[in-house]
Write a protein that binds this ligand. Structure first.
Ligand SMILES: [Zn+2]
Length: 169
């Protein structure tokens, strides 16, 4: 059976893939019973959607496709520790286990971003416990950020924003 490190390496490979396609360097993998059931890389730029983080889209797409509302007995592997938004989604999806490579603290050190609460504190805000493991093999996870420029707006240019004069209906 593949190890946590094996699944994390897949999430890291997806993060590299997302970056190569012009997006943010993040990837996530959903595993059940030792098998990968869904995998994504970050597509915020592709869809001009700042909420479409890899963990969030992984949960949303899988649950919609298979008509499930609870991901108990699933493990989510993330190339970087989930942000507060994704940690909230993991909480609501009741995922049993979360394993990440690079911590939010390591990411903020690189990006110069503001400190964020760790994922475990948000994921485990209520009584059912979710196991959170990491940072694991961070030296491998950090490779996705080598030479990466952190810019707020990485959206693929479009005809304009709603309200800029373009039709909105
Ligand atoms: Zn996120």
């Amino acid at each position: 059976m593949p190890s946590d490190e094996d699944f994390l390496r897949l999430a890291i490979a997806l993060a590299h893939q997302g970056r190569e396609r012009g997006g943010h360097p993040f990837g996530a993998v959903l595993v059940r019973g030792g098998k990968v059931v869904h995998q994504v890389y970050d597509r915020c730029a592709e869809f001009s959607d700042p909420t479409f983080h890899s963990e969030l889209s992984l949960i949303s797409e899988y649950c919609r496709a298979y008509h499930v509302m609870s991901l108990e007995e699933y493990t989510l592997y993330a190339s970087t520790e989930p942000c507060p938004m994704c940690a909230g989604a993991i909480h609501w999806a009741r995922i049993s286990r979360v394993v990440f490579s690079v911590s939010q603290a390591m990411l903020q050190e690189l990006s110069g971003g503001s400190p964020k609460p760790n994922a475990a504190s948000i994921i485990n805000a209520t009584r059912y416990p979710i196991e959170v493991v990491g940072p694991l093999i961070p030296e491998e996870g950090l490779t996705v950020f080598e030479g990466y420029a952190f810019t707020a707006n990485r959206a693929i240019p479009s005809a304009g924003h709603p309200g800029d004069g373009a039709p909105t209906t």
